[in-house]
Design a protein around this ligand. Structure first.
Ligand SMILES: C[S@@+](CC[C@H](N)C(=O)[O-])C[C@H]1O[C@@H](n2cnc3c(N)ncnc32)[C@H](O)[C@@H]1O
Length: 214
């Protein structure tokens, strides 16, 4: 049976080897990592977890600012690329784990910081996932969520499988965070992607939401 998870796992496994070739993805990752560093009081004492990390474009950029990073993703293929890069660069303090919180229970370990970039639009029930992020956090822990603002579906186009949301309304993200018990919610625009669509340049802003768990 095809599920959103199996569709995404197989698609991202297939494209993992070439994921890092895209300047657009590198641009998003750099901007999101910079926005997180500006909004969250990162600490070398912190245990961090990235969800939907892909090949680690964001996580590797934040690694020098946290104590350790567990990089998690649904796709073993994306994580294999990350492990190769980490080994080649001699990166320590980063480990990888296949994790799909939409179909498996929240692991027992607790983290000071949970972040995700450009993965939420693949998750059908984002409210439930944000609850799971809260359960992963130690008291006072921080969350950072980056993804597309609401768009008309043209960012991916009609032929890309596994896309559950055409971006997000910031008010909805704020409500999900509040319902999961998060406080001190902030939003900023981390980046704006420009893509040519039907002969015109279209702009796709990417939000960063940050919040704290009590
Ligand atoms: C658009 S990519 C973004 C990857 C990375 N964060 C980046 O910025 O380059 C989305 C990632 O989310 C992962 N993903 C999709 N559904 C997921 C799920 N249910 N649980 C965990 N990861 C998931 C995919 O495997 C993929 O690596």
């Amino acid at each position: 049976m095809t599920t959103p998870q199996s569709e995404n796992r197989s698609r991202f496994d297939q494209i993992a080897a070439n994921w890092d070739d895209s300047p657009m993805r590198a641009g998003i990752a750099t901007a999101v990592a910079d926005a997180i560093a500006a909004a969250v009081p990162l600490s070398l004492q912190w245990k961090a977890l990235e969800y939907g990390c892909g090949t680690g474009l964001v996580g590797v950029r934040l690694l020098p600012r946290v104590g350790s990073l567990l990089a998690t993703d649904l796709s073993p293929g994306m994580l294999a690329v990350l492990r190769e890069k980490a080994a080649a660069a001699g990166l320590e303090r980063i480990t990888t784990q296949v994790l799909d919180l939409t179909s498996t229970p929240v692991p027992a370990d607790r983290y000071d910081f949970v972040f995700t970039s450009m993965a939420l639009h693949h998750i059908p029930d984002v409210g439930a996932l944000i609850h799971a992020f809260g359960a992963l956090l130690a008291p006072g822990g921080w969350v950072a969520l980056a993804d597309l603002d609401a768009e008309d579906g043209s960012f991916h186009g009609p032929d890309v499988p596994g896309v559950a949301h055409h971006g997000f309304d910031r008010g909805q993200v704020q409500r999900w965070l509040s319902e999961a018990g998060f406080t001190s919610v902030t939003f900023r625009t981390a980046h704006t992607v420009e893509k040519s669509r039907d002969g015109e340049m279209r702009r796709y802003p990417i939000f960063l939401a940050t919040a704290q768990h009590p």
